[in-house]
Design a protein around this ligand. Structure first.
Ligand code: T46
Length: 138
């Protein structure tokens, strides 16, 4: 997996005079069945979330309010993606280290996940992640 494998998906809002509505259905607008939804809010601007990678989990991150940055790392390269639009989702496949930072005061990160929560799916140490990521790319 490389940082180029993470991609932005455009959600097509349904717009009328009452405002905008975005729909996300499992295996349709996202390429996986959604097993879990969680969200991060009231994140202090100077704090960093994430700091891990996943063996099996695919996720889509959406800035449903405000903005924040996602720094992705495949063990070799890093890539920064800024999210600030509720009609865009960042799709993060397996085996990418991610850090979320620079939250705006009203930043809310909605996460759609392909798996239930499983602590065993996490790499929480960068060196262990990097070893595995580089070995898989050989
Ligand atoms: C990710 C980023 C964007 C649960 O009990 N269930 C859950 O579904 C989650 C996500 C977390 N937790 C517990 C585990 C920890 O005791 O909540 C606590 C905080 O979790 P964590 O430190 O992993 O939170 P973040 O914001 O650093 O990371 C989370 C996700 O874990 C991660 O997969 O990509 O959000």
């Amino acid at each position: 997996m490389s940082v180029a494998d993470a991609r932005i998906l455009e959600l097509k809002p349904i717009v009328d005079a009452r405002g905008h509505l975005c729909v996300i259905e499992g295996a349709q607008q996202v390429p996986f069945e959604i097993k879990r939804v969680y969200y991060l809010y009231d994140v202090p601007t100077n704090s960093t979330r994430g700091g891990h990678a996943h063996r099996k989990l695919h996720q889509m991150l959406i800035a449903v309010s405000g903005r924040f940055d996602v720094v992705l790392d495949d063990g070799r390269e890093r890539r920064r993606v800024s999210l600030s639009r509720p009609d865009q989702g960042l799709l993060i496949p397996t085996m990418l280290w991610r850090e979320l930072e620079r939250f705006s005061y009203n930043g809310i990160c909605l996460v759609l996940a392909s798996e239930h929560y499983d602590e065993a799916d996490y790499f929480r140490e960068y060196e262990a992640f990097q070893r595995e990521a580089l070995a898989n790319r050989r």
